[in-house]
Design a binder for this molecule. Structure first.
Ligand SMILES: Nc1ncnc2c1ncn2[C@@H]1O[C@H](COP(=O)(O)OP(=O)(O)O)[C@@H](O)[C@H]1O
Ligand SMILES: [Mg+2]
Length: 360
C-alpha cells in the first residue's frame, strides 16, 4: 500500500498544499507547530474516517474557512484508489474512487495505516483505554464486521448505562435482559476478533522485542479476559452481566464486558504495566506497533503505510537505528524537527514544512 499524493485545502493550518510521497522513507521536518502532525493526521483521517486528536471534525477546518478538503491518491494491491474527504462544520462527505460512501465502515481497508506517536509509546504504561483503542483501531481497519459490531455495542452500552441510572429498579431489572441479549451478540464478535488478533500479534511482538533488546528480554502479551469460544462467549458474558446487576445498579454503569477488557503484558515473566521501567515499556510498545504492521501485511497481503509522528526523539540511539532497519521495506511518513539527527544517512525524501506550507 502506497500513498502517492496528498492534497490539503483549508485543513488545519494548511491553505492549499500538494504533497508528493516517494515509495520509501518520507521525512517531514521543521520547527514545532508548523504542521507536520497535521499532515500525518490527514493521512490517518483518510484511512479511518477519524481524527487522532479530537472528537469534532470542526476543529480540522482551518480557522476562518468554511470547509476543509483532503484528497489522497494511493495504490493498493487491487490498483489505484482516490479518497476525498470534504469536511463541513456539521457534516462531511467521503468519496472512494468518486463514489460517496454511506457509512464509515465502507472507508476502512482502502488505505491502511499504522500510526505511531509518542502517545503510542505509552501504550503499556498508560491505562487500559489506550490498549483497547490500539486493538479497536487496528482490527477495525481490516475487519468491517468488527468495526460495525463495536459501533453497535457502544450504542447499546450507552443505552444500558442510561437505564442503570433510572430510579425505578423493577423497571431496570425487567429491561436489562433485553439490552443484554443484543449487547452479548455484538460483544461476542468483539471478543472473538480481539482474541484472534492478539494470538496473531503476540509471536511477532515477541520477536521484535527480542530484536530490540538484543535477545535480553522476553515479551509476552495475552488477553487478560477469559471467555470460552463460540456460543460459550455469549453464555459466559450473559452470566457475568447478570452476576453484576446489583453492582452495575449501584455504580450506574456497566462494569463488565469488552469495554473493560485489557491485555496482559509481561516482560521476562513480570507484569510490565506495574513493574517495567519507562525504557522497557517504550520498547515493548514499539515491538507491539511493529507487530501490528506485520499483522496488516499478513491479513491484507501488503504493508500498511507507516506514520511515525515524532517518535524518534523519544527513543535512544540503538532503538532508533533498529527501528530504521525494521521499516526499511515499507512506505513511511516520519516527522521530526531535525532530520539529520535521527536518520543517520538513511535514504529518504525530505519535505520541509514551515507555517502550513512546503518549503522548497
Ligand atoms: N483548525 C486550525 N486552523 C488553523 N490552524 C490550526 C488549526 N488547527 C491547528 N492549527 C495550527 O497548527 C499548528 C500545529 O501544527 P502541528 O502539525 O501540530 O505542528 P508540528 O509541526 O509541531 O507537528 C499550530 O500552530 C496550530 O495553531
Ligand atoms: Mg507534531
Amino acid at each position: 500500500m502506497k500513498i502517492k499524493k496528498l492534497f490539503l485545502q483549508n485543513f488545519r493550518n494548511y491553505e492549499n498544499e500538494n504533497f508528493t510521497f516517494s515509495e520509501g522513507l518520507n521525512v517531514l521536518f521543521g520547527k514545532n507547530g508548523q504542521g507536520k502532525t497535521n499532515c500525518a493526521e490527514a493521512v490517518f483521517y483518510l484511512c479511518t474516517g477519524a481524527s487522532l486528536r479530537i472528537r469534532h471534525d470542526k476543529q480540522l477546518i482551518r480557522i476562518g474557512a468554511e470547509s476543509a478538503r483532503i484528497v489522497a491518491e494511493a495504490e493498493n494491491r487491487y490498483g489505484s484508489v482516490t479518497i476525498e474527504a470534504d469536511i463541513y462544520e456539521n457534516k462531511r462527505e467521503i468519496r472512494v474512487n468518486g463514489s460517496k460512501i454511506a457509512k464509515n465502515a465502507d472507508l476502512m481497508g482502502h488505505i491502511n495505516s499504522v500510526f505511531f506517536s509518542p502517545g503510542e509509546l505509552r501504550l503499556i504504561q498508560d491505562g487500559p483505554d489506550e490498549r483497547r483503542r490500539f486493538m479497536n483501531i487496528s482490527i477495525s481497519q481490516t475487519s468491517p464486521a468488527y468495526y460495525t459490531a463495536l459501533l453497535r455495542y457502544n450504542k447499546i452500552l450507552d443505552q444500558r448505562n442510561t437505564l442503570l441510572k433510572n430510579h425505578d429498579v423493577s423497571l431496570v431489572l425487567d429491561t436489562l435482559p433485553i439490552w443484554d441479549e443484543q449487547l452479548c451478540q455484538y460483544a461476542a464478535v468483539i471478543i472473538e476478533k480481539r482474541a484472534e488478533f492478539v494470538e496473531k500479534l503476540a509471536p511477532h511482538a515477541k520477536e521484535f522485542h527480542s530484536f530490540l533488546t538484543d535477545g535480553k528480554e522476553e515479551l509476552v502479551i495475552k488477553p487478560e479476559w477469559k471467555y470460552d469460544g463460540g456460543e460459550e462467549i455469549i453464555k459466559t458474558l450473559r452470566r457475568r452481566l447478570e452476576n453484576n446487576y446489583e453492582r452495575d445498579l449501584r455504580l450506574g454503569f456497566t462494569t463488565v464486558g469488552p469495554h473493560r477488557d485489557d491485555l496482559d503484558v509481561l516482560i521476562n515473566g513480570v507484569d510490565a504495566k506495574t513493574y517495567a521501567s519507562q525504557g522497557q515499556t517504550r520498547t515493548a510498545a514499539l515491538a507491539l506497533k511493529l507487530a501490528e504492521v506485520q499483522i496488516f501485511k499478513i491479513l491484507s497481503g501488503e504493508y500498511p503505510i507507516l506514520v511515525l509522528d515524532d517518535v524518534m526523539s523519544e527513543l535512544d540511539l540503538p532503538r532508533r537505528k533498529k527501528l530504521l532497519k525494521c521499516i526499511a521495506e515499507m512506505q513511511t511518513i516520519l516527522t521530526c524537527t531535525h532530520a539529520e539527527r535521527v536518520l543517520y544517512g538513511a535514504d529518504c525524501s525530505k519535505i520541509r514544512i514551515e507555517n502550513g506550507k512546503i518549503k522548497k
